[in-house]
Structures are given as structure tokens and as C-alpha cells.
Design a protein around this ligand. Structure first.
Ligand SMILES: Nc1ncnc2c1ncn2[C@@H]1O[C@H](COP(=O)(O)OP(=O)(O)O)[C@@H](O)[C@H]1O
Ligand code: SF4
Ligand SMILES: [Mg+2]
Length: 330
């Protein structure tokens, strides 16, 4: 049965990078859904496969040695893995927008803010340059940039980091997208600005019933912003489901560790000192559960077998220990 409310459905996605004979499994069997008007969070340490997931959905792996090797990506009833490059460009322009961590690299330094927003509008819609500039001003108002008129004539380097990120969001909104994928959109910003940008995403979601995938390494952002969350580790799904359920009672040891590492707002905490060790390279992944070298609860079985997903109180977990705990409590 097809649910009209589901904007994006990713099933058993696998994406690998190929160097010579070596295959690096950056994303290895993850599944998730995004509903209309919903914010889905994807969280995990650096290197867990969050950006590769986003790039796979956007089909932006073309310039890399990576490709999708399994699974399906369905966007509003269309199989994205089957659409042509031309159709995909249209989908990216009209339906899915992406906002990256460092806006400076995505903005053109030699064009004014107004010129680049207008350019994006003209590409997608048959409007004059003058109309496009008027729309650009409206969009700057929408993303709450003060003195929008004046900003239109400024260059990216004249803006603060927070303002640049707002410009990127405005460009993403040019085509009235159904889905925005925001990959660590506030990581480079200081805390106050970060909160303002996150508030803006919330407002846009309400205003336009936008669906948003918010990628972050920060459980605090997940708690503040998301309806549902997928916790990723080394290309795999650790835990996935309703954010409130998972935060109230996390079942996967990695989710628990991430929650202990929620940075306090008043200090810059070195990420994840709650868990010893580092995330493995995709070219040297451990057998069994990928988290086992860092998991205090690991057993012989965890070192050999990969845990299957099971569902408990509406959320999905991939962990042998969590499964035993649930069984015992029944
Ligand atoms: N172009 C690439 N070539 C080889 N490996 C890559 C490439 N891009 C990403 N990876 C690897 O894929 C894994 C997941 O990366 P990424 O999705 O960027 O992590 P995250 O966004 O969660 O920090 C990492 O091990 C990273 O080194
Ligand atoms: S399956 Fe084993 S190693 Fe993996 S998270 Fe669970 S207890 Fe830890
Ligand atoms: Mg990333």
C-alpha cells in the first residue's frame, strides 16, 4: 500500500567506493522514510556515512569513485536510481534542495548575492531578470536577512557565516522544494547563530510543510529539531525511529554513548570522549557488528555475526544485546 504522505523512501541502500580491487562499504544496508512536513535526523560521528547517504539520494557521486550498489530510493513515487541524469537534474532543481556545511564553497565569490539567487531562479522559471531579483529579495526576507535590499548587492565574502548560510537556504527555496537535505548546516557556526538557523528551518517546515533531512553529529540538535532519527555507525543503521521514544529510552549502545556526548552549550567539548576508540576506515571494517571493537558489551557472537534489525516499541534496533534485554523483559 502506497502512503501518499511519504516523500522519500530509502530501502536497503548500499553505496561503496572502489579503488582498484578494493571495495569500501561506506553505506551498507540502511532504510528510512521521510514523511511530508517531517524533520528526519541522521546522526553519527564523522565518517559514519551520513554525507554519502545524502549524496546517494541526490545522485551526486558522479565525480567520485563511489556508486550505489544495492537497494532502492523512491522519491514521491519515482525510482531515483532509474531516472536519467537529465530528469535527476530537474528533480534536484525543482523538488530536492541541499544545504551544505560550508556555504562559502557553494557560493560563487564573484557574483553578488542578488545575482546568484536570481540566476538560480531564471534557470528554473521563465521570468525576467528583474522579476527574478524581486523574488530574490522576497526570499532574503523569508530567511530573515535584515536589510535584504542592501544585501542583494553584496558579495559572499562581505557576509557573516550565518548570513551566508541563510543565503544558501534562500537559494534552496528558489524552486519551492518538497525536501531539503541539510548536511551539518550549522556545524561551522557559533552557538547563537546555530540556534537561529535551526529555528529558521523549523519555521520553514511549518510555513511550507517542507520535509527536511537534517544531518548532524550532535544529539542536542537531534533532540531540539527532529521528529524521527536514524543513528548511523560505520555505514550501518544502529537505531531508527521516533526521536522522543529513542531519546527517552535508547536501546543501542552507540545511541547511549552519543547521548552521553551531547556537548554542553557553554563549552567546546571534544567529540565523543564517552566512547574510546575511533570509527573504522571503510577499507578496513571489522567483522560482525561494526561497533564491537568499541562496545563494552561485545560478546563472541558480536565479533562474528552482524546483528539483524528488530523492532521494539515502534523503533528499529540492530544489536544482539538490546534484543536479549527486550526478550528478558517480556
Ligand atoms: N570520495 C570518497 N572516496 C573514498 N572514501 C570516501 C569518499 N567519500 C567518503 N568516503 C568515506 O566514506 C565514509 C563515510 O563518509 P561520510 O559519509 O562523508 O561520513 P559523515 O558524513 O558521516 O562524516 C568515510 O569512511 C569516508 O572516508
Ligand atoms: S551487537 Fe554486540 S557489539 Fe554490537 S552494539 Fe550490540 S552488544 Fe555491542
Ligand atoms: Mg558529512
Amino acid at each position: 500500500m502506497e502512503d501518499k504522505n511519504i516523500v522519500l523512501e530509502v530501502e536497503h541502500l548500499k553505496t561503496s567506493f572502489f579503488y582498484g580491487k578494493k571495495e569500501g562499504k561506506a553505506v551498507d544496508d540502511i532504510s528510512f522514510k521521510v514523511k511530508k512536513g517531517e524533520i528526519l535526523g541522521i546522526v553519527g560521528e564523522s565518517g559514519s556515512g551520513k554525507s554519502v547517504t545524502a549524496m546517494s539520494v541526490m545522485k551526486l557521486l558522479g565525480n567520485t569513485k563511489g556508486r550505489v550498489v544495492g537497494g532502492s530510493i523512491n522519491f514521491m513515487g519515482r525510482d531515483l536510481l532509474a531516472v536519467s541524469d537529465k530528469e535527476m537534474r530537474q528533480i534536484r532543481g525543482k523538488h530536492i534542495a541541499m544545504v551544505f556545511q560550508e556555504p562559502m564553497t557553494s557560493l560563487n565569490p564573484v557574483l553578488t548575492v542578488g545575482e546568484q539567487i536570481a540566476e538560480t531562479i531564471v534557470v528554473h522559471e521563465k521570468v525576467s531578470k528583474k522579476e527574478a531579483l524581486a523574488r530574490a529579495k522576497e526570499l532574503l526576507d523569508t530567511v530573515q536577512i535584515p536589510l535584504a535590499e542592501k544585501r542583494l548587492g553584496e558579495y559572499p565574502h562581505e557576509l557573516s557565516g550565518g548570513m551566508r548560510q541563510r543565503v544558501m537556504i534562500a537559494m534552496g527555496l528558489c524552486c519551492n522544494p518538497d525536501l531539503i537535505i541539510a548536511d551539518e548546516p550549522t556545524t561551522a557556526l557559533d552557538v547563537t547563530i546555530q540556534m537561529q538557523i535551526l529555528e529558521l528551518f523549523k519555521k520553514l517546515r511549518e510555513q511550507y510543510e517542507l520535509s527536511i533531512i537534517l544531518i548532524t553529529h550532535d544529539m542536542g540538535v537531534i533532540a531540539e529539531m527532529t521528529d524521527r532519527v536514524m543513528v548511523m555507525y560505520a555505514g550501518c543503521m544502529a537505531e531508527y525511529g521516533d526521536t522522543a521514544t529513542i531519546l527517552k529510552n535508547p536501546r543501542h549502545p552507540y545511541t547511549k554513548a552519543l547521548m552521553k556526548a551531547i556537548p554542553r552549550l557553554d563549552e567546546k567539548q571534544e567529540y565523543l570522549d564517552a566512547i574510546p576508540g575511533v570509527i573504522p576506515s571503510i577499507f578496513n571494517l571489522p567483522e560482525g557488528c561494526r561497533f564491537h571493537p568499541r562496545c563494552r558489551l561485545a560478546t563472541e557472537r558480536c565479533r562474528k555475526e552482524r546483528p539483524d534489525a528488530f523492532t521494539v516499541d515502534g523503533r528499529t534496533v540492530c544489536c544482539f544485546k538490546a534484543f536479549e534485554e527486550v526478550k528478558e523483559s517480556l
